[in-house]
Write a protein that binds this ligand. Structure first.
Ligand SMILES: [Fe+2]
Length: 335
């Protein structure tokens, strides 16, 4: 390991226990890495990979977790007072959502950080705020419009503050009656946001984020033309984050698998252009990154096409593989 290689791990936390070749424990998971730790690993000829450490530096992680705890506070004060603390959201949560959204290259890292199922509702709220804002930017939304989108996305599930926590945290499938109760968070969010003085458009996102283009969503079963554009953006962010997260009743799915299901229309009918931009841009974030294909051979993503963004061109030591043509080859692992 050279110094520059070492430096990128300093200030991050180990995700795994590390042992010497003899089996002697060297460092335990959770250790915040300092130069001395890295020297110790080096002297034991242990090379860390980025998968072995947390994606964010400790301070970044602290700021994100503070936003999650601020969101918990918002939910709790809504439960107690039935009103959204609008100033608090504007002052404490929105800046963090927008700051994270300005670092869209860290999107997959953010998923990893927020993947733990504890406090899912709050982590999900933050993630959907960030992902929706990133999608908004990718679609060319800027300035006050972007702030409005970030706000609407950051309170999209606020109606869940009125759903009993036993139901929110129930492992396993919901009964039909329970699902009906859960669905009410959309209407409840809409009413609560209007009663808190927020504008119709923001409240509509809470109401419509489970609607789908083909009318199969809820609560009203609206068709495409009746669903607000912001609601369509938040719908994509909502499903993407929910599927890439651990829940009390299921494990997280890898982001690429979720994107593939969304592309194939298996997770509901989303607005085609929003979904296309979202998938293409996420794939473009991985240009230059290493992957392993299902034949076990590693390579590097070099190009993402508009027509088949999930089937990029992969460079395998000079041999260029077009995954849209080599149908039997797929990406098995992201390194
Ligand atoms: Fe929801």
């Amino acid at each position: 390991m050279d110094d520059s290689n070492l430096d990128r791990f300093i200030g991050r936390r180990l995700r795994v226990d590390v042992f010497a070749a003899t089996g002697t424990p060297l460092l335990s998971a959770g250790t915040q890495l300092e130069r001395g730790h890295l020297r110790l690993l080096e002297s034991n000829k242990i090379v860390l990979s980025s998968k072995d450490v947390t994606a964010f530096f400790i301070e970044e992680e602290a700021s994100i977790m503070e936003a999650v705890s601020d969101i918990r506070h918002v939910f709790q004060s809504v439960t107690a007072g039935r009103k959204l603390p609008v100033d608090y959201v504007n002052e404490r949560i929105l800046p963090k959502v927008l700051d994270m959204a300005s670092r869209h290259g860290r999107l997959i890292d953010l998923l990893q950080l927020l993947q733990d199922k504890d406090e899912y509702t709050y982590k999900h709220t933050f993630a959907v705020g960030v992902i929706s804002s990133i999608i908004g930017k990718w679609l060319g939304i800027r300035g006050q419009e972007l702030i409005r989108l970030a706000m609407a996305a950051s309170v999209h599930d606020i109606g869940k503050s009125e759903i009993p926590s036993e139901l929110l945290l129930k492992p396993g499938r919901l009964t039909e009656a329970e699902f009906d109760l859960m669905k009410r968070h959309a209407d409840q969010g809409y009413e609560l946001l209007l009663a808190s003085g927020l504008d119709e458009r923001t409240a509509l996102v809470a109401l419509q984020h489970h609607e789908r283009e083909d009318g199969t969503g809820y609560p009203k079963g609206l068709h495409a033309g009746h669903i607000h554009f912001f609601s369509k953006i938040v719908a994509v962010a909502d499903v993407f984050h929910a599927m890439t997260s651990n829940r009390v009743y299921k494990s997280a799915m890898p982001f690429y698998d979720v994107l593939s299901l969304m592309w194939d229309g298996k997770l509901g009918a989303f607005h085609a252009h929003i979904l296309h931009v979202f998938i293409k841009q996420i794939m473009e974030l991985h240009i230059g990154k290493s992957v392993v294909l299902n034949d076990g051979v590693p390579g590097k993503i070099i190009y993402v096409s508009s027509s088949a963004p999930l089937k990029p061109l992969v460079d395998r030591q000079g041999e260029i593989i077009d995954l849209s043509r080599e149908r039997e080859l797929t990406i098995r692992e992201w390194v």
